[in-house]
Design a protein around this ligand. Structure first.
Ligand code: 3H9
Length: 697
């Protein structure tokens, strides 16, 4: 037993009861020393013969939240959790577990190996392994169906959702709810085991009720919804064998778990898990955020209303400002609709909806913002308009108020320059629909004060969003990279691919939607406006990317909102637009291009390489703090497949040397577009990866 073992698992004997406490902050993960500690505790208590019941509980904010994810991918360290849990289940002395906080993954599996489970009201249980590319690997797929049936096991393992213990009680996964401090509850539970008021039994002795229909339905659902993912299928097949002897089922589960552990998907999803948390590690993290008790939102369009909804859902009172009564009413109606949607999605109770809406104050005129702590401007993207508004806000807003712009690409420093308080100015770039999308780019200007940046991160957290720090440049992290790689899709189409082939190849790679479908959804007029805005600055040797898209827009076809774009939309149906095929053909002729064929792999390679090129430049320029910041922006805001971990995590699976080779190959066709970023060239020379840069940052 090493020192850490002593600290993380302790045994206290109270009469006939052995209280085993787990203490491994922050979330009591089952790190090797905890497993060793538990194993020793159960063995020692069994050997000692003094105690008649063992009660396991955890100190701190939660019962065990799962295996220690940081151990995955490293050499295994005994005892393996499944073996330990079999020992717990076979303990001659009955074991009861007390759950509080979030008993997840291996934490719930520990409890299922015990002989009774008592949960503290308000806590949650779950098997979230699928969210990190795994399946429950310590009995979850075998013991949950025994206790609660195959449909419950499928639901929990495939969704990864956290189940309230009140619901878990009705499922049979916990035996009793209680209230109070985990140690007191553990004592009570143990006493009840001793006096027979709390029944104990081994889950391995229960037989799973077969349910082939539920299994087939789950197989069909997974094949349709997650065709790329390995672990959901593995979950189903492990649950399917739970009707046989437990030890046989555990073997199948263990093998599937180890197979999943070795997939790039597991690595990608765990990178995403830690990346989402690591992005909060910014130079300003020790600054004290300012209090934000009220927010002003300027602009009641889709973005402004979405931002206002997000703030209201976080419980923050909002003053919504529009120019006319009519526009204001439209904004209020959008917010009301958004809140109704939140009720439907179960994010807001029907009772709370009215109270939430009551926190909205509609107003015409910026004067209404004199008292708010933070203003978010969300009007259309024109520098003159933004400057005029910020000039006025400077005179209207109270000292210390933060002035934020939701601009998606404009220069925050230039906006700040019209105020007498540039230190209070920041970019808060939300993604549409702002009350649903979890990404917030926090754009830090040259003069932005550290506590203003810290306030941006605190606000993101309150709104349930993930804030990513970005520097000032055209498009910040996400839109700057998008502006670059989007051209690849246009070039591929001009050179011979169809928009449908490009979309399908990228959807097969894992994107929720191909770029042409995304363009149709967002509105093709947005890209058209951007191309016009940038036309004057376009270098003479740059290949124009708007030949086809401009023609489509000139017809007034802006995508879904006009009923057609690259595709034609009729009700829920969507089909390729035959007129676009004609436009493509005529544009190719005009440009003298003889179309050639591309394989789906070539399409994916070019598109992803272009994305990686600009991502590398964004890191090189310091616009993103680290490669992982780019990854999180793309996973959370641009539909990049989570199981691929983000563009720069994916880049590491290709390797810098191979990327350089590819870029140089493509450069033979277009040396302006395909240039090797210095960072990538250095990495190839030194044999370094983006993961190395993340570690060093
Ligand atoms: C598993 O159990 C496999 C088994 O079936 C079979 C094994 C053989 N490990 O999220 P937070 C860190 S797979 C290591 O900010 P919250 C986290 O990185 C596992 N570290 O807090 C953060 O570190 P830092 C199944 C972990 O209150 C700190 O703890 N379980 C782990 O918002 C605080 O986390 C899961 O997948 C871990 N398992 O949320 C549960 N979990 O402060 C994953 C967290 O340095 N965890 N950390 O940034 C969660 O969902 C949330 O962390 C939780 C708390 C809900 C627990």
């Amino acid at each position: 037993m090493n020192d850490q073992t002593k600290q993380s698992v302790t045994t206290e004997i109270v009469g006939d009861i052995a209280l085993v406490a787990i203490d491994n902050p922050p979330v009591n993960a089952l790190s090797v020393h905890v497993r060793q500690g538990l194993q020793n505790a159960v063995a020692t208590i069994n050997a000692g013969g003094a105690a008649k019941v063992i009660a396991i509980y955890a100190k701190g904010r939660t019962f065990i939240a799962g295996a220690d994810i940081t151990e995955f991918g490293k050499p295994p360290m005994p005892p393996a959790l499944p073996d330990l849990l079999n020992e717990v289940e076979q303990s001659a002395i009955p074991v009861v577990c007390v759950l509080h906080g979030t008993a997840l993954g291996g934490g719930l599996e520990t409890a299922l190996a015990a002989h009774a489970r008592v949960a503290i009201k308000g806590s949650r249980i779950g098997l979230p392994e699928v969210l990190i590319g795994l399946l429950p690997g310590a009995g979850g797929t075998q013991r949950v169906p025994r206790l609660a049936g195959i449909p419950v096991a499928l639901d929990m393992c495939l969704s990864g959702r956290q189940v309230k213990v009140e619901e878990a009680l009705t499922m049979g996964l916990v035996d009793r709810l209680d209230e109070g401090d985990p140690r007191d509850v553990a004592l009570r539970a143990a006493q009840d085991v001793l006096n027979g008021a709390l029944e104990t039994r081994r889950v391995c002795d229960i037989e799973t009720v077969a349910d082939d229909e539920a299994l087939d339905a789950a197989r069909a659902m997974v094949a349709k919804k997650h065709p790329n993912l390995v672990s959901p299928q593995a979950c189903i097949e492990a649950i399917a064998v739970s009707t046989g002897p437990l030890l046989d089922g555990l073997k199948v589960e263990r093998k599937a778990f180890m197979d999943c552990l070795n997939t790039p998907q597991r690595a990608g999803l765990i990178h995403a898990f830690f990346g989402e948390r690591a992005v909060a590690n910014v130079p300003e993290k020790s600054a004290t955020p300012r209090d934000v008790a009220s927010i002003g939102v300027i602009g009641g369009g889709t973005m402004g209303s979405g931002i206002a909804t997000s703030a209201l859902l976080a419980g923050i009172p909002v003053t919504l400002v529009e120019v006319t009564d009519e526009a204001l009413q439209r904004g209020v109606a959008t917010i009301t609709g958004n809140l109704d949607g939140a009720v439907k999605r179960g994010k807001l109770s029907a009772e709370k909806r009215d109270a939430t809406l009551a926190k909205l104050t509609p107003a015409t005129g910026l004067e209404a913002l004199g008292d708010v702590d933070l203003v978010i401007e969300a009007v259309f993207e024109q520098m003159d308009v933004k400057k005029e508004i910020f000039g006025k806000l400077d005179t209207i807003c109270k000292p210390g108020a933060i002035l934020a712009s939701n601009t998606s690409y404009l220069d925050i420093d230039e906006i700040a320059s019209v105020t007498s308080r540039p230190a209070d100015v920041i970019g808060l770039h939300f993604f549409s629909p702002a009350h649903i999308m979890r990404l917030l780019e926090i754009v830090v200007g040259d003069k932005t004060a550290p506590e203003v940046t810290a306030t941006g991160f605190a606000l993101a957290k309150r709104m349930g969003k993930v804030g990513v720090r970005a520097g000032v440049c055209d498009g910040f992290i996400g839109n700057r990279i998008l502006a670059h790689y989007a051209k690849t899709a246009a070039y591929l189409v001009m050179d011979g691919a169809t928009p449908q082939q490009v979309d399908q190849a990228l959807e097969d790679f894992g994107f929720a939607m191909g770029p042409h479908k995304v363009g149709d959804l967002a509105g093709l007029d947005i890209g058209w406006m951007t191309r016009k805005r940038k036309a004057a600055d376009m270098p003479s040797n740059e290949r124009y990317a708007g030949d086809v898209a401009d023609r489509i827009c000139e017809n007034g076809w802006f995508g879904r909102k006009t009923g057609q774009g690259y595709y034609i939309y009729e009700g829920r149906d969507m089909r390729p637009n035959p007129e676009v095929a004609k436009i493509i053909e005529s544009e190719r002729q005009k440009a003298g291009i003889t179309p050639r064929s591309f394989t789906d792999q070539e399409i994916v390679d070019r598109y992803l390489t272009a994305m990686i090129v600009e991502s590398a430049r964004v890191v090189e320029d310091g616009i993103a703090l680290r490669p992982l910041d780019v990854d999180i922006v793309f996973l959370m805001g641009y539909g990049f497949p989570r199981f691929r971990g983000g563009p720069l995590h994916y880049a590491d699976t290709i390797g810098a040397a191979e990327l350089v080779r590819r870029i140089e190959e493509y450069a033979k066709e277009d040396p302006h577009y395909w240039q090797v970023p210095d960072l990538l060239r250095d990495m190839a020379r030194d044999g370094r990866s983006f993961a190395d840069i993340n570690k060093e940052a």
